[in-house]
Ligand binder design. Structure first.
Ligand code: AQP
Length: 334
């Protein structure tokens, strides 16, 4: 039986953080055991907000190193950067003409990222979800592992695929399904549990990076916002205590112990005691990844070869889709 196809991407907009790992990368790694996977450093997405070209270039390599250090294997998965496969941009244009403006107007990520200064946001930021749809549909992906914040974009991808199929009278595109890690759908900022942990948050204390030293992790967890109560005795308390809920989610996801069991384990203990146990568990996850990143990053030619090999394999698959789509659209003159 043909293996299901998995596609996902990460923006090279800075160092990877615990939210990226628990929400997405952890699933990327486990899926490569049983599925046919393509994992992409989505540099075209990154430029929807200004990127210094030198920094972008080094972040592409850094993100690739983060992929490999977290357990992705270029012998099992196709690993590449988006701009080196022209099919992403080609299909995105066609899908721009399929997607409705009203659909994009509902996207909450654009509203969050553009903020109040919407007129000054790039057109690319607005059309970001269409490029994401192109990424996924280009390879006819069945499954897309993403954090909960991308769920709405996946729904839009399905709407675009459905309209393309309806307009061009073919069941051409599959409607992909998201895979969202139930244990860690959305890791929140350590400084403000109303916002997700993010690379672009101004406070470095809001996120734990996969490159953080043990001391940095300890400091960030000590400073993580909490409250003055003891640890909860039941999950009913969590909705009123979002910061503690977030820290328990992190503990649970890393230790693979469900949240109720974590609550039982620390019931009525001091938060400082819990934080010190949390530090140990986060360090046990991040320390080996961080040292792998440093080792892999030092071998630039290995990273470049990995991306080039991946781009060659991805291009072959993408070309087939673009040729078929061109035919369906009426572009290819026989
Ligand atoms: N806090 C999070 N919790 C769970 N999953 C998360 N993801 C991101 N943040 C969290 C998931 O990680 C994958 C890659 O995300 P991305 O870097 O491509 O884009 P993003 O969602 O915009 O991440 P950031 O960190 O917030 O980047 P910036 O600050 O540059 O915009 C996605 O699957 C995402 O869901």
């Amino acid at each position: 039986m043909k293996k299901e196809l998995v596609f996902s991407g990460v923006q090279p907009t800075g160092n990877l953080h615990l939210g990226n790992y628990l929400g997405a990368l952890k699933n990327f790694v486990s899926l490569q055991k049983s599925k046919s996977c393509l994992y992409c450093v989505v540099d075209l997405h990154a430029i929807t907000t200004f990127q210094n070209p030198k920094e972008l270039n080094s972040n592409i390599l850094e993100t690739t190193a983060g992929f490999l250090a977290s357990g992705l294997d270029s012998n099992k998965s196709i690993i590449f950067n988006q701009s080196s496969v022209s099919g992403h941009a080609e299909l995105a244009w066609i899908l721009n003409c399929v997607c409705r403006v009203g659909w994009l107007n509902r996207m909450t990520q654009f509203k969050d990222k553009a903020g109040k200064n919407r007129d000054n946001a790039s057109l690319g930021l607005y059309a970001y979800p269409v490029l994401m749809a192109a990424d996924i549909l280009l390879y006819h992906a069945d499954k897309v592992p993403v954090g909960d914040d991308q769920k709405q974009h996946l729904e839009l991808t399905r709407d675009i695929a459905h309209k393309f199929n309806t307009d061009y009278n073919h069941e051409y595109f599959k409607l992909p399904d998201p895979i969202i890690n139930k244990d860690a759908p959305r890791i929140m900022s350590l400084r403000d549990a109303n916002n997700k942990m993010s690379k672009s948050d101004v406070s470095k204390y809001s996120r734990i990076l996969l490159t953080d030293s043990n001391d940095e992790i300890s400091t960030k967890i000590s400073k993580a916002k909490s409250d003055s109560l003891k640890m909860p005795s039941s999950s009913d308390e969590l909705s009123e205590r979002p910061e503690i809920n977030n820290l328990i989610t992190i503990y649970s996801s890393i230790s693979n112990i469900d949240k109720d069991s974590v609550i039982n384990l620390f019931c009525d203990k001091e938060i400082s005691f819990f934080k010190s146990e949390l530090k140990d568990i986060v360090i046990s996850l991040v320390e080996p990844i961080s040292s792998n990143i440093n080792e892999i990053k030092s071998d630039i030619s290995f990273l470049k070869t990995t991306l080039e090999d991946g781009a060659m394999q991805a291009t072959e698959r993408a070309r087939k889709t673009i040729d078929e789509v061109n035919k369906l659209m009426g572009f290819s003159i026989d």
